[in-house]
Design a protein. Structure first.
Length: 164
């Protein structure tokens, strides 16, 4: 077996490139530290208060809670408003041709499986036999609970009313 001796083509140049790169890195680091120090230790400028235009009433504040916002988002994302409508009144665009028509979620009388939060969560899991209301068991229970809380919120905003 013959071995060949590997010889580098040429010696690396003795230029100052590595130290120049190192110097630039240090300069960038130093500039970053100085920028942070200037921001953190800068003069105290009084901040003007930001007006709270969103939560002006108690109802609006409740509407913006994280759980209700999530429930509203899930209500929309899972197609509830397609049949039950934006406000839960059973007037969604797909509901017009359904028999029986979609439930008006604001009317507590006549819920087939109960109108409490837990009953709504259970109805979402099992569906309603004899209707187009299918099972939404694929939705996590915690998310079904958020939808149920949003439905209760809609009902509360409309005022619990008997079935018309």
């Amino acid at each position: 077996m013959r071995f060949r001796k590997v010889v580098p083509a040429s010696k690396p140049s003795q230029d100052r490139t590595p130290s120049l790169i190192h110097s630039r890195g240090l300069l960038v680091l130093l500039a970053g530290i100085l920028s942070f120090a200037a921001i953190a230790c800068g003069p105290d400028v009084p901040q003007e208060p930001v007006p709270n235009k969103i939560a002006e009433t108690q109802e609006q504040a409740a509407e913006l809670s994280a759980d209700l916002a999530s429930g509203k988002s899930l209500y929309r994302a899972n197609g509830c408003e397609t049949c039950h409508g934006v406000q839960g009144e059973g007037d969604g665009p797909a509901g017009a041709g359904l028999n029986p028509p979609p439930r008006n979620l604001l009317e507590t009388a006549g819920y087939k499986q109960g109108a409490s939060e837990q009953a709504i969560v259970q109805t979402l899991a099992t569906g309603v036999p004899g209707t187009i209301m299918q099972s939404y068991r694929h939705i996590k229970e915690a998310d079904r609970r958020l939808i149920a809380q949003y439905i209760l919120y809609l009902r509360e905003q409309a005022g619990d009313r008997p079935e018309s």
